[in-house]
Ligand binder design. Structure first.
Ligand code: NAD
Length: 351
């Protein structure tokens, strides 16, 4: 068989190795460091190639490709969103991704991204909330207690110090799972019987439900002045979580407006309704929260640059660890044009 040159070997991070990596760093430290990578990349926003993600919709869900490049590195994520999966014992969201060298086009890293998506989504939400939530933030409501929910809680504690949680899910077993996972980590948890009860006294409201419809997880009367809403679950055409009246009285912050206009809560608004891309707040070219009574909304859908940052972070963290396998992913024949010769020599060697 062919000799594998080091150039042709691509590190692969399996789910098992991602868990080892995350646990070796510590989940909350991982979230803080990852948020710093995302923030760094948001601050150089104009450097990136940007496009709304490429979505293939079906009756039950969506499969999406999320590419971006900063001119030196290229990254993409494959991700699905299938709310009905949960009823069949499968996950709503699964993902994997690739980081590549723009100079040669060779892939440099292949990684699971199901865990990494939950981590980067929590990190991004908390990074935005750090600039947008009211100063006195202490209590967060989490409506939707599925796969993403604990990562949201941990990111908000790691970046904003939030320890008091009010949990609600239409499925009490999801809330019990979330409560069990977080209670041992020192959170003060109130289990609620309705969304209305969950938002009482909360200065941050995270909605992270999965339903393939225009849902109304929050109505206008549930949102008091000064609240920050972290709307994570509405991320597809025809899949939203907030009543339109909340949007018209909120200051709305988005990742990449051309994608969020298609997929976010703001799909319910006219295409010229003013929104602020969050990178502008980080760069100081647009204001974040301007008054204590303002309702701020981070209309999160998940953008390719966050996944690029996550892959970049994982690549840097992997160095010197055993948390990857070496994949023989590239043909890379000794003589680059003799691809067939490589195959012919393999045949000879096999006989
Ligand atoms: P999940 O299926 O594991 O959990 C979703 C939970 O929502 C379930 O427990 C379900 O019972 C609950 N739910 C559904 N309808 C509800 C309602 N009306 N009220 C209260 N709870 C309700 O899904 P997940 O992986 O946690 O993802 C949640 C959502 O977040 C999905 O819609 C997903 O597409 C989205 N998501 C967004 C981003 C982003 O970057 N914005 C990233 C990842 C996932």
């Amino acid at each position: 068989m062919k000799t594998i040159s080091p150039l042709a070997i691509v590190p692969f991070v399996s789910v098992d190795n991602m868990m080892r990596l995350v646990l070796s760093v510590g989940v909350e430290r991982f979230l803080v460091e990852l948020a710093a990578y995302i923030e760094e990349d948001f601050c150089r926003w104009p450097t990136f190639d940007k496009t709304p993600r490429i979505a293939s919709h079906s009756v039950d869900g969506v499969i999406e490709l999320m590419p971006t490049s900063d001119g030196a590195l290229y990254g993409f994520k494959y991700v699905n969103g299938h709310p009905k999966n949960m009823r069949e014992g499968k996950q709503t969201v699964t993902a994997f991704g690739v980081l590549a060298d723009v100079g040669s086009g060779y892939p440099m890293l292949l990684s699971e991204m199901t865990l990494l998506t939950a981590l980067r989504t929590g990190a991004t939400s908390a990074m935005a909330a750090r600039r947008l939530a009211p100063n006195s933030t202490s209590t967060m409501a989490i409506i939707g207690n599925g796969a993403q929910s604990e990562f949201q809680a941990l990111a908000f504690r790691a970046l904003l110090g939030i320890r008091d949680l009010r949990l609600y899910d239409i499925d009490p077993s999801a809330t019990e799972k979330c409560r069990r996972n977080l209670a041992s980590l020192g959170f003060a948890i109130t289990v609620c019987r309705s969304g209305q009860e969950a938002v009482e006294g909360a200065n941050v409201i995270t909605t992270v439900t999965a339903d393939k419809q225009y849902a109304t997880i929050l109505t206008d009367n549930m949102v008091g002045s000064g609240v920050h809403i972290n709307a994570v679950g509405g991320d597809c055409p025809g899949k939203t979580e907030l009543h339109r009246d909340i949007l018209t009285r909120s200051s709305i912050f988005v990742e990449y407006a051309p994608q969020t206009r298609i997929e976010g809560e703001i799909q319910q608004l006219p295409a010229d309704h003013p929104v602020t891309e969050f990178w502008e707040v980080l760069r100081g070219t647009a204001p974040g929260r301007t008054s204590p009574g303002e309702v701020t909304l981070f209309d999160s859908v998940g953008f390719a640059i966050e996944d690029f940052s996550a892959l970049r972070y994982v690549r840097d963290k992997l160095a010197g660890t055993p948390f990857y396998q070496e994949l023989d992913l590239l043909a890379d024949p000794d003589e680059p044009r003799d691809l067939y010769g490589m195959l012919a020599r393999a045949e000879l060697a096999a006989t």
